[in-house]
Ligand binder design. Structure first.
Ligand SMILES: Nc1ncnc2c1ncn2[C@@H]1O[C@H](COP(=O)(O)OP(=O)(O)O)[C@@H](O)[C@H]1O
Ligand SMILES: [Mg+2]
Length: 366
């Protein structure tokens, strides 16, 4: 029997010749073998009797029947034993791996195409296994990349904090011109680390699907105004004007208010961090059929087209050095995307290098 794995031939449209003819069942095999042997034995006996001049048709008939039944019984038993010993283990292993540890007794039915069945199960098992291995390999790659990124990102603030503290220890502490300043800088580094660890924590939660949305009905314009108000001070430092283009009526959406606050904050903070001095950030709303579209548009430095497809990836930054100094952890947009996707909505970005960027996301109307 051939149990080599040839899934292509099995699942392709035209079946190979061997499969077009019905596969022999163990019972077929036993019957054919029994007939063959019976015919040989009876024939041989008939010829011998004939040569000895004592040809007896009744004896030959009885011999035929007995031999046929005897052979059939012995072959059935033998084949069953053979299959049992050779294939039960394979079958059982595959079955147990497929259905977990639930052990089902295997019934051997000689009228079935057992070999074909085992072959099919082995192929299915192989496909499932391959998929599982691919999934694990992807996960492993993701884990390695993630760990690499995390340690790399944490190194920057740690080294700067270490630098300030060493300078203070080596005499800077007594120097009134720098002691306070360096302590403040070290504290800033620590704050960045805290921010990053918080973001990592958030990402870990989001990616393990542990985000529970607390959906409720609220006015998205109201929320945008609140977020803008809380960021006014930060914007003023860069002389950026934040504005919400209001509709006459409230725009009610059904979403997790806390999470959407996070989304708006991240997008507006980005528009400030990567905006130009004296620039503008506008928040606008559009009425789509079932949703509202929320837009955060700035006239900042913009993003080159080649970066746009990867912008929402973890740790992805356009200008590594500069963003690291100005921005956050590089996790902001990936957190934003996770939140919007958890709401089963979409987020997009349009940008022209040197002219500005527009981030837009949808929310379900309530
Ligand atoms: N409004 C924007 N204008 C220009 N570039 C932006 C804007 N928002 C995001 N970016 C780019 O996308 C990158 C990823 O953003 P984000 O995930 O928030 O990370 P972070 O702000 O921590 O660097 C930023 O580093 C920046 O290069
Ligand atoms: Mg950011």
């Amino acid at each position: 029997m051939d149990i080599s794995l040839r899934p292509n031939t099995l699942f392709s449209g035209r079946k190979p010749l061997a499969l077009r003819v019905r596969n022999l069942t163990p019972q077929d095999l036993a019957i054919r073998l029994s007939f063959l042997i019976t015919i040989l034995v009876t024939g041989f006996s008939g010829i011998t009797l004939f040569l000895l001049n004592s040809f007896q048709p009744l004896f030959l008939f009885l011999l035929f029947i007995t031999c046929l039944l005897g052979c059939y019984y012995i072959f059935s038993w033998g084949i069953k034993q053979f299959i049992d010993r050779r294939f039960r283990l394979i079958y059982k292993t595959i079955h147990n791996l497929k259905v977990g540890l639930k052990r089902e007794p295997i019934k051997l039915d000689l009228k079935e195409d057992i070999f074909g069945k085992i072959r099919k199960e082995v192929i299915e098992w192989d496909i499932i296994n391959r998929r599982e291995i691919e999934r694990l390999t992807d996960q492993e790659k993701y884990r390695r990349e993630f760990l690499g990124n995390v340690s790399h990102e944490l190194k920057t603030p740690i080294f700067s904090i270490q630098g300030y503290i060493l300078t203070l220890l080596e005499g800077g502490l007594e120097d009134k011109k720098i002691n306070r300043n360096f302590l403040l800088k070290a504290e800033k580094g620590i704050n960045r680390m805290i921010e990053m660890v918080d973001d990592l924590d958030e990402i870990a939660k989001l990616e393990s699907n542990r985000m529970e949305l607390n959906l409720k009905r609220f006015d998205i314009q109201n929320l945008a105004n609140e977020v803008v108000e809380s960021l006014e001070y930060k914007a003023q430092k860069k002389k950026i004007r934040l504005s919400v283009l209001m509709h006459p009526k409230p725009l009610f959406v059904k979403a997790d208010e806390g999470r959407i606050t996070q989304v708006l904050t991240n997008l507006i903070v980005n528009s400030i961090n990567y905006g130009k001095e004296g620039g503008k950030t506008k928040i606008k709303f559009y009425d789509l059929d079932e949703n509202y579209l929320v837009e955060v548009a700035d006239d900042g430095r913009g993003i080159e087209e080649e970066h746009l497809p990867r912008l929402f990836e973890r740790f992805y930054r356009v200008d590594k050095g500069r963003s690291r100094a100005e921005g956050g952890s590089g996790l902001g947009l990936s957190i934003v995307k996770h939140i919007i996707e958890a709401h089963k909505q979409t987020i997009n970005v349009r940008s022209k290098y040197g002219e500005g960027s527009v981030f837009s996301f949808t929310l379900k109307k309530a």
